[in-house]
Design a protein around this ligand. Structure first.
Ligand SMILES: Nc1ncnc2c1ncn2[C@@H]1O[C@H](COP(=O)(O)OP(=O)(O)OP(=O)(O)O)[C@@H](O)[C@H]1O
Length: 314
């Protein structure tokens, strides 16, 4: 099964919509083309970028991630392209910048839609010539690095509003990859819940929480605006607040927003069955080696042993 491959240990999911993106990502990883990853916040765009990097010829090189929305406009340009000492007030020493830090590897530019028009022009020049112009540097510097960009915005709309350069847009979206929202891969919820519940249990040293059928049905009826990140946070919250319960949690334990999510009649997913199957598959893949199976699942060996007992697999 693909979601337990060693080269992508954390990109869990069997849903066709995700597997299709992973297939395209594998193909593109082997080349050095620029990739644009689109998708809502929390869908796993950065994870996908790491997946592409891990499958590329420069996997041994650095993976440098920058969130363009988190750095103020005036700083972003020098942060990306670097500067010479004395280029401006406060530039007390040379700074190579993140593009050079990613030389021989991958530069991941998250929220690329937030780049200023000036920075967009410089980035386009870099993509076309492979050269950067650090602030205060007389000569351009050649850098070889692969660019992966991501955005949760509709870039084409920004192009129409003249807030994003059309030429950069077309240069970036040579291969567009679209991460599907979690509500379009509901069948993956039990698997993701089991994984992140186990992780939270290990982190907080508590028993692993699980959900009863009614609670799980609420999860699958919910719209998940925060996607996988929101699900991960829910696992932490339930572990902290209800980790001692020792019994599957009911819908009354879920936060208020889930009360609105009314499951369609008869809708429910077999969380226990899914969790048990996940463990069995990991053990099979690890040829019975429990430490390796725990690694594949992203949980500690102790957590695995606990769950083997719980499911009478020990
Ligand atoms: N398929 C998945 N399997 C396991 N974990 C996932 C998956 N997708 C996302 N996650 C987890 O969800 C969280 C959010 O993922 P990530 O940061 O990659 O999303 P993003 O789309 O880049 O978010 P943003 O747009 O807010 O930057 C991370 O903790 C990540 O590990």
């Amino acid at each position: 099964m693909t979601d337990l491959r060693l080269d992508a240990p954390f990109l869990l999911g069997r849903a066709a919509a995700l597997q299709q993106v992973l297939r395209a990502a594998r193909l593109v990883a082997a080349t050095d083309v620029t990739v644009l990853i689109q998708g809502e916040s929390g869908t796993g765009k950065e994870l996908l970028a790491r997946f592409v990097h891990a499958g590329s010829a420069q996997a041994a090189g650095p993976f440098v991630a920058i969130n363009c929305a988190a750095i103020p406009d005036q700083l972003l340009e020098s942060e990306l392209f670097g500067y010479r000492r004395g280029a401006f007030t406060g530039a007390t020493q040379d700074y190579a910048g993140r593009i050079r830090a990613a030389a021989g590897g991958t530069l991941f530019l998250d929220e690329i839609g937030e780049l200023s028009l000036m920075a967009q022009a410089k980035l386009l020049r870099f993509l076309e010539s492979g050269e950067i112009h650090p602030v205060g540097e007389a000569r351009p510097v050649t850098v070889r690095t692969r660019l992966i960009a991501a955005t949760h915005r509709n870039l084409l709309q920004l192009v129409r509003e003249q807030r994003f350069r059309a030429d950069l847009y077309y240069r970036l979206q040579v291969v567009p990859l679209e991460m599907p929202p979690l509500r379009e891969r509901l069948e993956d919820i039990p698997l993701l819940f089991a994984h992140y519940a186990a992780e939270a249990a290990a982190r907080y040293g508590r028993p692993c929480v699980s959900l009863d059928r009614r609670a799980l049905a609420r999860l699958t009826a919910y719209a998940w605006p925060g996607n996988v990140r929101e699900l991960k946070n829910l696992c932490e919250r339930l572990t902290v607040l209800h980790g001692e319960a020792g019994v599957p949690l009911g819908p009354e334990c879920l936060p208020a927003e889930f009360a609105e999510a009314v499951p369609a009649a008869g809708e429910s997913l077999g969380l226990f069955a899914a969790e048990r199957r996940l463990i069995e598959e990991a053990l099979q893949q690890a040829r019975g080696n429990r430490s390796q199976a725990a690694r594949l699942l992203g949980i500690s060996r102790d957590t695995l042993l606990y769950r083997l007992k719980k499911y009478a697999l020990a």
